[in-house]
Design a protein around this ligand. Sequence first.
Ligand code: SAM
Length: 347
Amino acid sequence: MQQKRLTLPNKPELLKSLGAGEGNWRGEWPKGGRFRKHPLLAALVFIPVFVLRAGGRTKSEPHKEGPRESVCLLLLPGQNSLLSMALQERQEPDVYQENFEPTSYLEYYRMNQDPVGDEVLHFLLKHYNATFKPGGLEGKLLIDIGSGPTIYQFLSACESFQEIIATDYTDKNLQELEKWLKKMPGAFDWSPVVKYVCELEGNRDKWAEKEERVRRAVTQVLKCDVLKERPLEPAVLPPADGLISSLCLEAACPTPQACRDALRHLRTLLRPGGHLVLSGGFETTFFMVGDKRFSTLPLNEKFLREALQEAGFIIEKLEKVTRAAETHLDNRSDYTGLFFLVARRGD
Ligand SMILES: C[S@@+](CC[C@H](N)C(=O)[O-])C[C@H]1O[C@@H](n2cnc3c(N)ncnc32)[C@H](O)[C@@H]1O
């Protein structure tokens, strides 16, 4: 017997092509087809599929507490080839599409009103400032991966990159970003954060100018899925000089292997020698957005170093901070610290 890690089929046609005939594979027994004539074959195919569906993330089921490892099944010889076609397609993590409410998430970023958000902002903004200051990283195109509804990550970079492309997995996040970029009614007020960054840069009074600069720099807002080999398809972009991604990989990747793969996917978006600026939380297993709970992949430094090296990056700088005592009582997330790293595409 051979053990194999599986991902889930999501399309009825796949089962149909395996012989399920005309029927609704989600509930009804198929009307005709090979499975009806060969109950054993049906059991071999359907039972593992339903076990997997029960164990995986489903459209109607938000992330729940507990391990995020893929379900492993023992397959009989011969089942492999039969199932391999069906199992090539992973199930879409529509938990974000359906449950991630941008306006609730933005509550974290009300500066001086939310200790967790402040801790994240102070740490990340300090390091973005150091990374993109004159003499630091610069270039033509910068792509942000998993922007969410936030723009704080562009405030320093907009000074040294000509063009920024924001991306996210959910439509609502992209709309929320557009709202701020186009100064639409109801857009989030980023001015306290913008003033803070202008102060880091030496002139708090330039905040309105800075907001306009960000609006000019962000030229596109695109769909993105880091779990895909080509995360931005169908968009075709020139290779970027830089990528940034903050608090995204641990949210997007269900397993360590998915995270290694995602880093490999991101590498394809960068020019040789281009930089990845990656930040996030350490050892986070969940975070709350309003009353919705999102499971995350707990990351640690050893894993990050190995995964980045395996994906073809050379780490140039890795900064970290332990979670402050004041935020420990906040039970909206269990991160133990934060990291900020700069890695170069190593070729
Ligand atoms: C914790 S939020 C981080 C948002 C923002 N970057 C920040 O720093 O606050 C995680 C983001 O990852 C996005 N995400 C989830 N799955 C994704 C995927 N497969 N590909 C890209 N982004 C994804 C979510 O939509 C969400 O905006």
